[in-house]
Design a protein around this ligand. Structure first.
Ligand code: NDP
Ligand code: 2IT
Length: 451
């Protein structure tokens, strides 16, 4: 009965490319996982026979819809919205919502695919999903954003639910947008439940959810250095981005004695040789989040810093790099430059920020390199804890949650080590994360039979 002449990696990837034309981000994400999984499956016939990877790489469903809204001038605007429900073998679909002009089906399919492995790695019962819209929040008034969020939820609400699919924030979606979407969900359904995470503290949100992704990425870095009997004290870091993940990663690095040299946005990066301390981070948070400003204004406020228009920060010599902006923002040449300049560790705050060439350069150089599905899982983990608190109708204390986040990140590090330890002192965290995430979802799928 078993199919013994199964496809090899190349044939598998040819099929993925053929079935997903014009979806380069999705193909890239599958490729990065498939190379490790094919090696792992070599002597595991059942995974092949049951086509497990093929099934995980085919979303359970992709919902696409029209979102109409009216701008302040009275013009009717039409956007596209999506929810990609990738896999719910181990729990309800879970993953953020992204509002950015670059959002399309390929981007959301790659994010939902990655989320499936990430969520499995956390040890919490969450499946993988992702949603969003090509709506560009830049330059929009608060009322326009409210109307857009309401219109988006007016369609999305029928596809989600606390035991079905639980969205949260991502690029362009923070506490304010979650508030508008939760309000509209409640208005339409008359249900108050934990259908979204990242909510305000007044209405069921969890303490430390906003901080959790950035803090978690730094805890992961700390765990990696611990394998070398080192800590973060006195080490320099370059960070890209200046949003939720980047600013909270900077904050935790500073708390643990690191020195942050850069931040960036889509306009370029700032380099502050004096170090970006907590006061400066607070200024960036206000400037970027509340005033929707540009990172280049940092140099007016702090004149020792320099602004590098249109550039990414990877050329600045550092001990550690944390890409925290977006996918494919760190390319092969950037990886070469980082390694050449003595960078010893990379912890991805963003999803798939390093392209395939860059991943191989980090792996070949055997530096401490954590892929986003492991290192940025702190955010979705605290989202999972928010779901638990909502179900229990209670709120945990800050120190309890801080400890849980640390423990979860240490648990992810252990799971990666289990499958990624190469036995020569090098831990391949990419391989470890891919296999540990896959195995949990795959074994659940085997239990269900062919569904
Ligand atoms: P924010 O919207 O808060 O910030 C995004 C930052 O990245 C901004 O500085 C933005 O610059 C920059 N950026 C976005 N797109 C681009 C681009 N195409 N080119 C250059 N810069 C860009 O988002 P988050 O901090 O929440 O998300 C950042 C990354 O972290 C994403 O990859 C997201 O998927 C990932 N992530 C987020 C989690 C969360 O809990 N929020 C959890 C796990 C991962 P500008 O202001 O100019 O647009
Ligand atoms: O990429 C991610 O993990 C997120 N944007 C957070 C998802 C969540 O459900 O908290």
């Amino acid at each position: 009965m078993a199919v013994t002449d199964h496809v090899d990696l190349n044939q598998f990837m040819e099929g993925v490319k053929k079935r997903n034309p014009h979806q380069p981000e999705f193909v890239q994400a599958v490729q990065e996982v498939a190379q490790d999984i094919f090696e792992f499956m070599e002597d595991k016939e059942e995974y092949h026979a049951q086509q497990i990877l093929r099934r995980i790489a085919e979303p359970d469903r992709v919902v696409s819809f029209r979102v109409c809204w009216e701008d302040d001038a009275g013009n009717v605007r039409v956007q596209r919205g999506w929810r990609v429900q990738n896999n719910n073998a181990i729990g309800p679909y879970k993953g953020g919502i992204r509002f950015h002009s670059s959002v399309n089906e390929s981007v959301l399919k790659f994010l939902a695919f990655e989320q499936t492995f990430k969520n499995a790695l956390t040890g919490l019962p969450m499946g993988g999903g992702k949603g969003g819209s090509n709506f560009n929040p830049k330059g929009k008034s608060v009322r326009e954003i409210m109307r857009f969020c309401q219109s988006f939820m007016t369609e999305l609400y029928r596809h989600i639910g606390p035991d079905v699919d639980v969205p949260a924030g991502d690029i362009g979606v923070g506490g304010r947008e979650i508030g508008y979407m939760f309000g509209q969900y409640k208005r339409i359904t008359n249900h108050w439940n934990g259908v979204l995470t990242g909510k305000g503290l007044e209405y069921g949100g969890s303490l430390i959810r906003p901080e959790a992704t950035g803090y978690g990425a730094v805890y992961f870095l700390e765990n990696m250095f611990k394998t070398k009997d080192e800590n973060l004290e006195g080490k320099t870091a370059v960070i890209s981005g200046s949003g939720n993940v980047a600013t909270h990663a900077a904050e935790k690095l500073v708390q643990l004695g690191g020195k942050v040299l850069t931040l960036s946005d889509s306009g370029g990066f700032i380099h502050d040789p004096d170090g970006i301390d907590q006061d400066k981070i607070d200024w960036v948070k206000k400037h970027k989040t509340y005033r929707r400003g540009r990172i280049e204004d940092y140099v007016t406020e702090y004149p020792n810093a320099t602004f590098h228009e249109g550039k990414t920060p990877w050329g600045v010599p550092c001990d550690m790099a944390l890409p925290c902006a977006t996918q494919n923002e760190l390319l092969g040449d950037d990886a070469k430059t980082l390694v050449k300049n003595g960078c010893r560790a990379v912890s991805e705050g963003a999803n798939m920020p390093t392209d395939l060439e860059g991943v191989h350069i980090f792996k070949d150089a055997k530096i401490l390199y954590a892929p986003g599905k492991a290192s940025n899982a702190g955010g979705v983990s605290v989202s999972g804890l928010e779901m638990s608190q909502n179900s229990e109708r209670r709120s945990w204390k800050e120190d309890e949650l801080q400890q849980m986040l640390k423990d979860i990140m240490a648990g992810i590090h252990d799971r990666c080590t289990r499958y990624g330890d190469q036995g020569d002192g090098y831990i391949d965290y990419v391989k470890g994360a891919n296999i540990a995430g896959f195995k949990k979802v795959a074994d659940a799928m085997l239990a269900f039979g062919v569904v």
